[in-house]
Design a binder for this molecule. Sequence first.
Ligand code: ADE
Length: 370
Amino acid sequence: MFLPRTGIIGRMENFTAEILYKRLAAWFHEKQRTLPWRSKRTPYRVWISEIMLQQTQVATVIPYFEHWMTLWPTLKDLAEAEEDTVLKAWEGLGYYSRARNILRTAKQLRAEGKDELPCSYAELLKLPGIGPYTAGAVASLACGLPEAAVDGNVLRVISRLLARPWQAGRAKDQKACREYLMSLMREAGISEDFSPAVFNEALIELGALLCRAKTADCPHCPLRTFCAAHLEGEVFSYPLAAEKTKKSSEEYTVLILHDEDGNIAVRKRPPEGLLAGLWEVILADGRRSPAEIEILLDDAGLALRSLEELASKKHVFSHLIWEMRVYEAEVQRKGAFNSDEEIFWRSPDEVLSLPFSSALSDYRDLCCRS
Ligand code: ADE
């Protein structure tokens, strides 16, 4: 028995959970995309795909997910992997702490003798890098449990459905959205046909295909007759735009150094902080003139033989911009490289096998691919 519901702000909604679910599920069964993580649902596969899909487009994720599953088809396989190999498989996806947390979680679970992630929302939330969205996605999509999964797509769909001025990325609005979805699931869950997996993934798919941030295909939306924002003619007023944070800027001089034997100088970034554990060519703070570069190299025990400015490059992170001036140099090693951090001289092929940040990987490709 489904009763009309009173919304959080007192409006009587013109739908029941059951009818909403029926419309969503019928649309999803007909229109959903065939995506590699939608076959063979296991907590492990859902977890990897959902972490990859954070801040990353579906089309970008597909080849990464497929490659990952050939390398490590199960949690057990992954737990044996080296961090460099995992970072290499993540190279180009960005937000590398996601990959390091995945590996930490796999090793931790294996150390506890487990060969799969737990299904419980509360247990999932305790694992490194798993927040409410991922916990809800694994619990519902892989295990069929009635847990909400609120990502940017879902928050947008629900904020329009209810005409609530929520803001993507604001924790209290994500919580309100989650509570609303949990109440809908409790209500719809009475029905035998109700699938939390279909419910959640249909909302994600609706946000990705029809109810998009800048374009909305309302005439084809299965929820159009219920959607308060659509009925008010105010679809693009919801959700509220996220506040823009001002990005700070840092300048670097990038040095691609070749020694007499054709090796290239690389180093590994520290285990904490931005791009932790990734490899890079030599990065000096600030903008250095050719004369300053020569002195810097000389101090490090390297004689400059030739220097060419390749390009200026900007790399935009979520909170920071790197302004880089890139040089390629031939040097002669006079002795041990005197540097605070350990420098490794590697052949072009070896450099290509190391995980690099995409901030620098195009120059790495330029100098190392024959
Ligand atoms: N974005 C986040 N999760 C997704 C999923 N399961 N399918 C498609 N796009 C998504």
